[in-house]
Design a protein around this ligand. Sequence first.
Ligand SMILES: NC(=O)c1ccc[n+]([C@@H]2O[C@H](COP(=O)([O-])OP(=O)(O)OC[C@H]3O[C@@H](n4cnc5c(N)ncnc54)[C@H](OP(=O)(O)O)[C@@H]3O)[C@@H](O)[C@H]2O)c1
Length: 222
Amino acid sequence: MPNIAIIGASRGIGLEFVRQYAAAGWRVYATTRTPENPGALGDLRGDIRLHHLDVRNDTHIARLADALSKVALDILVHNAGVLTSRGHASPDEISETMRVNAEAPIATVSALLDSVVTSDQKKVAIISSIQGSGRPRPSSPDLYGDSKGELNKRFRAIEPEWRAQGVTAIALHPGYVKTDMTGQHAAITPTESVSGIRSLLAGLTTAHSGRFLDYRGQDVVW
Ligand SMILES: NC(=O)c1ccc[n+]([C@@H]2O[C@H](COP(=O)([O-])OP(=O)(O)OC[C@H]3O[C@@H](n4cnc5c(N)ncnc54)[C@H](OP(=O)(O)O)[C@@H]3O)[C@@H](O)[C@H]2O)c1
């Protein structure tokens, strides 16, 4: 069966990715900041291998790349992200949010790219957000949207390099999903979001590379 890695798998959408791909018989490499206390991730059934990763930590990223150097990753999903409240943000909040949402996805995928290149499917999905659409937007105090806009900018700059190595990479908006990040008033469940993304990823071709798509496969405006 194919292999998939889910970066940021402890809760919410990431946890649901692990549940669905493991249930479908895939081998799942799932990262968590707390492998010694995996919570719901530890209760899932299937061929699931846990790895320790805080995406802010370059040593962790290098260790993960080393641990997976002999693994062919058919799909790599970078899901980890943080939401900061709208309005004024402290310098620490700004640097933390930019690190996790904008810098870490590119750093982590770049570090693991050799494992993707050696696989059959060679697919990368970076979870962005529609909140990053139309960024930069002057005078809008929205750190989360700005961080996802910055992610999109960095993704578009580096994606041609990945594509040149045979990789199909997309940015993804997962929908407005009921998780700890949003609450229960959100529009869809993690099950609906990840089911849609699985269909999208199954049908992904090289023609999709470099696009920003939502969980139904529809293009999102950059
Ligand atoms: N929910 C939505 O409607 C929505 C919409 C658009 C985009 N998104 C994006 O979808 C992704 C998943 O969101 P979610 O709704 O599932 O959020 P969530 O329930 O808050 O889960 C966030 C995940 O990211 C992990 N994470 C946060 N900081 C990390 C770090 N420094 N290192 C490693 N992992 C870290 C968390 O791990 P811990 O358990 O260790 O904190 C958790 O597994 C995020 O990128 C989010 O921006 C969500």
